[in-house]
Design a protein around this ligand. Structure first.
Ligand SMILES: *[C@@H]1O[C@H](CO)[C@@H](O)[C@H](O)[C@H]1NC(C)=O
Ligand SMILES: *[C@@H]1O[C@H](CO)[C@@H](O)[C@H](O)[C@H]1NC(C)=O
Ligand SMILES: *[C@@H]1O[C@H](CO)[C@@H](O)[C@H](O)[C@H]1NC(C)=O
Ligand SMILES: *[C@@H]1O[C@H](CO)[C@@H](O)[C@H](O)[C@H]1NC(C)=O
Length: 432
């Protein structure tokens, strides 16, 4: 009988031990998961770099965005030399900007065009052209230059023109500009980003220089792509209208109205749209930011998170003092380690903030990686997962033993539970 009982006891002991181990393992799993799910959840979005494709941005190509970023970088470091010379002092970006933010300005320019149209051939006194140009300049926010050009409709030779400019931030009257590139008796220079000879009788400007308007838009004119004026170092965008005369098609002249808007005050935020804060402050904060560049950061999406460093959050020394466009800079972000990841290489640790990599360095490494020059990008700019059981960490040390107090407290409870079950089962067999 004693022999049988000890056999029973062994079986019960074995079963209970298996139950016990299973429980402990599942508990460890559960407690470890608490530490990692938050990091996994935030990185569960598509790991590929997908550019925003909302209805505002047409067919935006990643290669175009990269090219634009390179131009912006060269403009920032003033190394656009040859480009600026070969394009008569202008350098266009291959990426369009949603012109919706300039709708108020656009309406005013459209209205001036209607006025010129209704004046017909009467409107060809130079004083009147000056007055139109001046009123546009002074009534439109950030308008820095206006041109009104009267062209011979059959030869495109300039019959009359006025080109006015003003300096923002200075309470200064607009001044008239004389330029060799825009002279009576000649055709306008076609290298201007803002000019294109109309090729058909309807004056439709299907040119690569202009952003194709949306079907729903009823603009009278055409927006250019953003471009840099090498001379003034301003980023500009122009709105241009071919004004058809009221007496068209008998009119032998065409009016061309062109207005430059200074967009140097905009900012390049390369972080993902979803990485932003609440949707409430979207309008306020993003008013200033160009949507085309969203999602073009080079942070490792699995282990780091892009954090925009706006002008306000940047170090003074980082902002080139003479720059008129401090927001037009590539790499103005930090790739911060995600929760549950650490890096001993990363800098920019302020207080308790997780470490991060400077976006400028990440961009440079990415460029080198793309041109097969180095693999630093893959080696350095990633964070490392914390040891099992750590919610956060500053290094590879395990933190299970030190920090997981709830888990440690559970162990004696398991032991008591285990003993209880064992005793009950043994008693049951004893009675049998
Ligand atoms: C993104 O994720 C969704 C599901 O979460 C998937 O259907 C889609 O194919 C993914 N896209 C890419 C580009 O990976
Ligand atoms: C336009 O040019 C043609 C050809 O040179 C000329 O005959 C015509 O008079 C010009 N029209 C105007 C309005 O100057
Ligand atoms: C006008 O544009 C069409 C295509 O858009 C082109 O084939 C044609 O040669 C152009 N005409 C002139 C005079 O430039
Ligand atoms: C880099 O190397 C890959 C494969 O070796 C090659 O396909 C690619 O063209 C190279 N890129 C450059 C810019 O040299």
């Amino acid at each position: 009988m004693g022999h049988k009982r000890s056999w029973h006891t062994a079986v019960v002991h074995f079963t209970v031990t298996v139950i016990m181990i299973t429980m402990v393992i599942s508990y460890v799993h559960a407690s470890v998961n608490v530490g990692t799910t938050s990091a996994e959840a935030s990185s569960s979005s598509n790991a590929t770099n997908v550019y925003p494709r909302n209805s505002d941005i047409h067919h935006i190509q990643r290669s175009d965005v990269e090219e634009a970023l390179d131009i912006i970088d060269a403009a920032w470091s003033r190394s656009l030399g040859d480009d600026c010379v070969s394009t008569v002092g202008y350098k266009s970006l291959p990426v369009a900007l949603d012109p919706k933010r300039f709708d108020d300005s656009r309406r005013k320019i459209d209205m001036s065009a209607i006025m010129l149209q209704n004046l017909g051939s009467m409107g060809h006194t130079n004083n009147l052209l000056d007055a139109v140009a001046r009123s546009i300049l002074t009534s439109i926010t950030n308008a820095v230059a206006t041109r009104v050009i009267i062209l011979n409709a059959s030869t495109n030779i300039i019959i009359d023109e006025t080109w006015m400019k003003r300096t923002l931030d200075v309470m200064e009257e607009p001044v008239k500009l004389e330029s060799d590139t825009l002279r009576v008796g000649y055709r306008p220079y076609e290298g201007f980003p803002w000019f294109q000879i109309a090729n058909d009788t309807n004056s439709h400007l299907r040119s690569a220089k202009f952003k194709q308007p949306f079907a729903a838009d009823s603009y009278r004119g055409w927006w250019t792509f953003p471009y840099l004026s090498c001379k003034t170092h301003q980023w500009l965008m122009s709105y241009n209208i071919y004004v058809r005369k009221a007496d068209y098609p008998h009119s032998t002249t065409l009016d061309y109205l062109s207005v430059d808007i200074d967009i140097s005050g905009l900012e390049i935020n390369q972080c993902d749209l979803s990485a932003s804060k609440s949707s409430d402050d979207v309008d306020e904060t993003f008013n200033n930011q160009m949507e085309s560049f969203r999602g073009s950061h080079k942070c490792d999406k699995d282990t780091t998170q892009c954090e925009y460093r706006g002008q306000a959050n940047r170090k003074k020394s980082d902002i080139y003092q003479l720059s008129v466009a401090p927001g037009w800079v590539k790499g103005a972000y930090i790739c911060r380690c995600r929760i549950g990841f650490y890096s001993v290489d990363a800098t920019n640790t302020i207080g308790n903030e997780p470490p991060g990599f400077d976006g400028t360095l990440v961009e440079a490494a990415w460029t080198e990686m793309r041109s097969n020059k180095s693999d630093l990008y893959h080696k350095v700019f990633k964070c490392i997962k914390c040891a099992i059981g750590c919610v956060t960490c500053k290094g590879p040390e395990p933190c299970l033993a030190t920090y997981n107090w709830p888990f440690r407290e559970k162990i004696p409870k398991f032991r008591i539970l285990y003993k209880g079950i064992e005793i009950q089962l043994l008693l049951k067999f004893e009675i049998d």
